[in-house]
Design a protein around this ligand. Sequence first.
Ligand code: 5GP
Length: 352
Amino acid sequence: MEWCVSMPKVELHAHLNGSVRNSTLFELARVLGEKGVIVFSDVENVIMKDDRTLHEVFKLFDLIHILTTDHSTITRITKEVIEDFASENVVYLELRTTPKRNDSIGMSKRSYMDAVMEGFRAVSSVDVDYCPTGLKIDTVNGTTRKKIYVRFLLSIDRRESTEAAMETVKLALEMRDLGVVGIDLSGNPIVGNWATFLPALKFAREQGLYITLHCGEVPNQEEIKAMIEFLPHRIGHACCFDMENWRRLKSAKIPVEICLTSNIRTETISSIDIHHFVDLYKAKHPLALCTDDFGVFSTSLSGEYGLAASAFSLGKTEMFQLAENAIDFIFADDGVKEDLRATFEAAVEKLD
Ligand code: 5GP
């Protein structure tokens, strides 16, 4: 579906290390294989496997993190991920990543993030606006170039302690002028307790950072209830809610980041026809289609729009409206929202 690619799109739920090109992962694996750090053929099989349970996905992330461990690789993958989104007409991207400390290579959470920042400065195929105050876009040779807004969310991994979570929040505050706008809570949902992360999340919100939580990937209704009552600015997934938590979510009107392919591939939802997208869409609940991990799940944002259109019998106009509506839930200021609305307005005229 060509129109899914050509229409402007807003990506609100994309993990950096889940969005690495397979070709890059293979190249990195080959180099580490030659150095004897890993066995290339084992890695090749894991990367090529198509269907993985949620549990297996987290094992894959441990492997990806071995491949992408150093500063220069983090810079490279950030550049590639932004370019890949821009190439399919994503006009606003919130990219999330877990700042990692690795003493053996002199990596601190700050130096990890500096490497990420280096990556988007290296993007050359498209103009990148990352500063909350706005970046002046130069016109090259009299022609206006494609532009993508990029904002960053720092993820707290559920394996982390309260102190480590707090360190991530403080880092986000330090890096606000560089386009860091919020905090995400992610990582294996069967690991860790909500109470561990709450102090850091509360502090983040008090300091004016936006918050999004991975919520309801497993049927832990107590945690889901506590997360909704915290009133985050958005949540991701919302797969395993009981009736009472559905009611709470809908009445709180918390926008949901929907990741169709991810939910199906990880078997969090057994089949696309019973996906909660339908119920939320019909209820006019705020939602945005997202990729989650386009590398790991071999998808793209255009692919997610194409999938929703065919699975739920929605037309071009409805899909365009869905994409435009996501502007309301972005973690950026009104100036960016206005600019994005103008982009969509210009694009709607070309929608035939
Ligand atoms: P990174 O933060 O290293 O750039 O991206 C990969 C990490 O994002 C994973 O290790 C995991 O913590 C988190 N992540 C990626 N996809 C998912 C998902 O579907 N669910 C949850 N809960 N976490 C995820």
